[in-house]
Write a protein of this length. Sequence first.
Length: 155
Amino acid sequence: MKRTFVSTMAIGIVIAVALLAVKASWAQELVAYNVVDEISIPDPLTADPGDPEKGREVAVDRKKGNCLACHIMPIPEQSFHGEIGPDLSDVGGRYDIGELRLRVVNPKLLNPDTMMPAFYRIDDFHRVGKKFQGKTILQPQEVEDLLAYLMTLQQ
Ligand code: HEC
């Protein structure tokens, strides 16, 4: 009887450890990137080039970029454009793609107090909702698609 109890406990512990290992592997791994001169991330996060059409959708999607909450962009079919951040209508002419990548990946590196979210960073804040813990707002390919779209904004 006692032996059964002990071995049941042992099996329970093995299962618990295995489940923890599975849970840990669910946590997202960030693609490594280099910040150059504190202003740019010159290398793309993915091997596939960004698709500007998809990037435009990422910018509009309220659960993804939601850029229009704070920025004016040349997206006339959306009625509301916020003005908390600068107008992005010509942003592709003002920055190169590496500078834009840094601004999308983690604008806090340039301005720790910015209201702009870091779209490719795992937040270490304790107040992040459970759903978002250990997750980036955008996937690497979504970041590259978005950048391809921003580069078309030359006005
Ligand atoms: C909550 C508001 C907010 C959201 C959402 C937001 N931004 Fe921003 N963004 C800002 C602010 C404010 C600035 C001004 C710079 C600063 O605060 O450091 C800025 C600056 C920028 C800049 C630099 C512009 C310049 O002229 O210097 C780019 C590029 C940019 N944002 C892109 C984006 C994109 C792309 C998205 C969507 C994926 C986005 N932002 C979402 C608030 C926001």
